[in-house]
Design a protein around this ligand. Structure first.
Ligand code: AR6
Length: 208
């Protein structure tokens, strides 16, 4: 499906997947998103790393690092595909859900299953906490090397399925750090709709 994306300017892409369930794709810095929860592309030690993880630890401050140390001490390492929730410190969100994505080894080592599990478990935790909104980064597509388009083909249908099944969640954001990644995710959203996933698509201006 040709979405006629406004390639010269920024935009928000909305997928109406139910009433009132919506998945929105937007470029931005996830640490600034005023959602009930944001998802961290974490490491198994729940330590401050680079990428979005480093940005989240810096913006949240010491309360998040302290809670991560407690979770690590009580529950041990977080396995790839698993997720845990912590406090969010100074972030606008109420919770950070830390999930450990797969490292890309060419695509034939179960990477897609692990990435799908990251999205499913994060959605489950947020829904069980009674939250209404959650924002995801493009898990594994930075330091862990997962190709952006492959990641979009996993993330989008998984989030739609989980959102439709959720009791409390009604709004899911996919926050892409750069415009090129937003364009790739948006094209995949259009292609998946053409391939049979039922949802309406709208394109609007970003809120700021
Ligand atoms: N907001 C939204 N997205 C961001 C931001 C931000 N502020 N900063 C980066 N991204 P990465 P991974 C995007 O490397 O591949 C860490 O050290 C980035 O452009 O953060 O899952 C962890 O501790 C990319 O598209 O996570 C792990 O050890 C996406 O976030 C390891 O790296 C994910 O990139 C995890 O690697």
């Amino acid at each position: 499906m040709d979405l006629h994306l406004p390639h010269g300017q920024n935009y928000v892409l909305g997928l109406r997947v139910g009433d009132p369930d919506e998945l929105r794709l937007e470029q931005g810095d996830i640490t600034k998103f005023p959602c009930d929860a944001i998802v961290n592309a974490a490491n198994s030690e729940l330590a401050a790393g680079g990428g979005v993880c480093g940005a989240i630890f810096r913006a949240a401050g010491p309360a998040l690092a302290e809670d991560c140390r407690r979770i690590r001490a009580e529950h041990g390492r977080v396995a790839p595909g698993d997720a845990v929730a912590s406090v969010a410190g100074r972030l606008p969100a109420s919770y950070v859900i830390h999930t450990v994505g797969p490292v890309w080894h060419g695509g034939r080592h179960g990477e897609a299953e692990v990435l799908e599990s990251c999205h499913r478990k994060s959605m489950r935790i947020a829904d069980d906490l009674g939250l209404h909104s959650i924002a995801f980064p493009a898990i594994s597509t930075g330091i862990f090397g997962y190709p952006v388009e492959n990641a979009a083909w996993v993330a989008i249908p998984t989030l739609i399925e989980c959102l439709r099944a959720a009791k409390n969640l009604v709004l899911v954001w996919l926050v892409l750090f750069d415009k090129a990644a937003l364009d790739v995710f948006a094209e995949v959203a259009g292609a998946q709709r053409q391939a049979g996933l039922a949802y309406e698509i709208w394109i609007g201006a970003p809120h700021d």
